[in-house]
Design a binder for this molecule. Sequence first.
Ligand code: 5RP
Length: 229
Amino acid sequence: MAQDDLKRAVAAAAVRYVPAGEVLGVGTGSTVDHFIDALAASGVRVPAAVSTSNRSTRRLAAIGIPVIDLNEVEAIPVYIDGADEIDASFSMIKGGGGALTREKIVAAVARTFVCIADESKRVEVLGRFPLPVEVIPMARAFVARELAKLGGVPKLREGFVTDNGNVILDVHGLRITDPVALEGHINQIPGVVTNGIFAARRADVLLLGTREGICELRRPQPAQDFGGT
Ligand code: 5RP
């Protein structure tokens, strides 16, 4: 089965996570494109969606789902989005499509984050996929120098401007063993809008498209310390 077929299958499986009659959060990317197609075919009633990119907004409008501003909603029960990499703790690298900032905002609001991915996205350690960092244009060179100090090789995504009017530095060669710490650290660099590590707010559910079928996984809970001696 080709990778795109796995994406299509997992996207179709995600439709049953869509709560009928509720506002839906919708991510960005080719897997999400398949999800929007599957949603259209399903007949599930979605009164409105909050979108994370102009690309998804156009596709949602085309299937007749109104896109509303995030400021108009207090809660998003479910957010459905893809990932570039996901590890065993459900921390992710996202932003291959350049929509990481809006994705992170909508993910923060959502009650349940359903990640839809084909099996190639599952990794032991995050970082083989270059980490996208959205940067205010005037800070590009400074932020690149700071990212190099972390051991990565930042490369400007040529000819690309985000929906927010910023640039993306893709950082190659990182081995991200502590995603929560690195996410926070990079976000502290002046000029960084956000970075593509989704660890502080990670996925709750992973639908993984494999050649053997769809795996449905829940985020592993951290081991509890019951104290005692
Ligand atoms: C976009 C993203 C996407 O979810 C990620 O790049 C996966 O894309 P695809 O579904 O095309 O493999 O984070 O900013």
